[in-house]
Design a protein around this ligand. Structure first.
Ligand code: FDA
Length: 529
């Protein structure tokens, strides 16, 4: 989406409950590597001395700002499991030998938390699911699919539609995003208003918990199943695969991309869009990309014909001036691929969804906000004239909520931004390695974010966990519940506490931990006499 761009499985030797482990801070990792060698083929483990260690590490890093020697990358090894038993082995060895794991699926985390640590002294290994755990199995009769976490959402879309073009799955807009991290945090896309987030359509999952046990939904229980569907990646265990419910799509959809400059009324149209987009029929989604050069690009997906879309737009949003000349009719799969054609290396239209190399050469920083009350016209005027006229200006992307999202209670999933949210804003700044080191871009995104504070949600100022932003806070060294509140309540509002209580139940020693992982909340019960 960037521009330019109940069976509880038998656990045999893993079944011991791992309560006593060496200090995670003190391990030198030799015991860990030895333990791994005993439990899995050595070619699945890349150490610093492997000739291709760097290639494997960089293989799915999507933000080149982390391609540097200053990045604290795994000291010990990268494990590329071929099956569940290898993931179980990594967890069991890590617990026994005092080595933490970070898990990577698609590598898109904006802060790189799947493969880097902010703490220079941290010793950890990476479990990289993107190398081999990529399968998608579609069940046409049930209209479901099992997808492994290392698959990309583009591969998921392709496999589903190639099997049956009348079904699809509601998730994000960038095909290279990994299923593992994306589903762990929510999954917003062009079908969110019609069918919800990716996590609203997950019906089962298989994961390895902090004891190395392999669990499905029945085995993990409903609290943990709730938490892994949106509570953010890297907190509860390693999810290997997800069972998703597919949704119906018509044989033909209609899309448009309409750009309006400031001198073509962009400010008025965008001000109006805020009132209209969240309450349009859920068959129609119009998102907006505001770009440097003072342009607003309105991008729509409609589940119907061009004629019906022109009629709806004439009634609901005449200010945009959309006509039949703007329509492009295509299959749903083609609509998912269309924005990314510029990345296509070869193949036909839809095959671009399978291209894992689609890449941005720019360094990026992202932030997010939720809008509950329409932003006044005067503010949009200032956003365009001041902020998008500035050196270092990037993009902002506005994704409307409403529709299906309004029907889901805020506590039904960890993602709490439901009824009453008009839209989510993603701010993205870009820069190149050469030049000012990103000073202008960083100043732009920081300044715009400060300016927007008066217009967006407050108490807390909300954010979307999948648009990871370490500026909003990090866990302290002890990983306490209190220290996590500063960022946790912004991502999860009232659900933060429940997530922390689930964490206390399933990973009380906080083995799965990173700068923004959910800390365990040890509830003390007060006796009322
Ligand atoms: P990555 O592998 O980096 O993991 C992200 C986090 O999840 C890390 O903390 C990691 O440890 C954890 N994790 C990964 N796999 C796990 C597993 N199997 N089990 C448990 N934890 C796991 N979002 C959106 O909603 N809609 C969109 O359209 C887009 N578009 C988009 C485009 C681009 C170019 C980028 C860079 C990002 C987006 N995003 C997005 C945000 C995206 O959803 C978010 O970055 C996801 O976490 C990425 O998942 P990956 O598996 O690729 O990341």
């Amino acid at each position: 989406m960037l521009r330019g761009l109940a069976l509880a499985f038998s656990v045999s030797f893993f079944s011991c409950y791992l309560t006593s482990v060496p200090s995670l801070a003190s391990s030198d990792g030799h015991g860990f590597l030895q333990c791994l060698r005993e439990k899995m083929p050595s070619e699945l483990v890349y150490t610093q001395s492997s000739s291709n260690f760097t290639d494997v590490l960089f293989s799915s890093i999507k933000n080149p700002k982390f391609f540097t020697t200053a990045t604290v990358s795994p000291r010990l090894c990268i494990v590329t499991p071929g099956d569940a038993s290898h993931v179980q082995a990594a967890v069991v060895c890590g617990r026994r030998q005092g080595v933490r794991l970070r898990v990577r699926s698609g590598g898109h985390d904006y802060e790189g938390l799947s493969y880097r640590s902010v703490r220079p002294s941290e010793v950890f290994a990476v479990v990289d699911l993107g190398a081999s755990l990529l399968a998608v199995r579609v069940d046409r009769i049930e209209s479901t699919a099992w997808v492994e976490s290392g698959a990309t959402i583009g591969e998921l879309y392709y496999a589903i539609a190639r099997n049956d073009s009348r079904v699809a799955f509601p998730a994000g807009e960038c095909p290279t995003v990994g299923v593992g991290g994306h589903f762990s945090g929510g999954g917003i896309g062009m079908m969110t208003r019609k069918h919800g987030l990716a996590v609203d359509k997950i019906v089962d999952a298989k994961m390895v918990n902090a004891n190395g046990e392999l669990l499905d939904r029945a085995g993990m229980g409903e609290d943990l199943f709730w938490a892994i569907r949106g509570g953010g990646g890297g907190s509860f265990g390693i999810v290997l695969s997800w069972k998703v419910q597919l949704v119906q799509v018509p044989p033909t959809v209609t899309v448009f991309n309409i750009g309006r400059m400031v001198d073509q009324g962009a400010v008025d149209i965008l001000t109006r869009w805020q009132h209209i987009a969240p309450s349009l029929p859920s068959d129609l989604t119009i998102r907006v990309l505001v770009q440097q050069g003072q342009q607003a690009l309105f991008q729509a997906l409609y589940f119907g014909t061009c004629g019906a879309l022109v009629a709806t737009m004439g009634e609901q949003f005449p200010e945009l001036g959309m006509t039949s000349a703007d329509c492009q009719q295509m299959t749903w799969l083609q609509s998912a691929a269309t924005p990314f054609l510029s990345f296509a290396s070869n193949g036909t239209l839809e095959e671009v969804l399978l291209d894992r190399t689609a890449w941005t050469s720019a360094f990026t920083k992202a932030k997010s906000d939720y809008v509950l009350r329409a932003i006044p016209k005067a503010a949009w005027k200032e956003i365009f004239s001041r902020w998008f006229g500035m050196d270092g200006a990037g993009d902002i992307i506005l994704e409307p909520h409403g529709g299906f999202m309004d029907s889901v209670p805020a506590a039904a999933r960890p993602y709490p931004h439901r009824n009453g949210v008009l839209y989510v804003i993603q701010y993205i700044a870009y820069w190149q390695q050469q030049g000012d080191g990103g000073a202008a871009a960083k100043s732009w995104i920081g300044g715009l974010y400060d300016f927007m504070g008066q217009h967006v949600s407050t108490n807390p100022r909300r954010a979307y966990v999948n648009f990871r932003d370490l500026d909003i806070g990090q866990n302290d060294d002890d990983g306490t519940f209190e220290s996590g509140k500063v960022w946790g309540e912004r991502y999860f509002v009232g659900n933060y506490r429940r997530l922390a209580a689930v964490k206390a139940g399933v990973d009380p020693t906080n083995y799965f931990r990173n700068e923004q992982s959910i800390p365990p909340f040890m509830e003390t019960t007060t006796q009322v006499i």
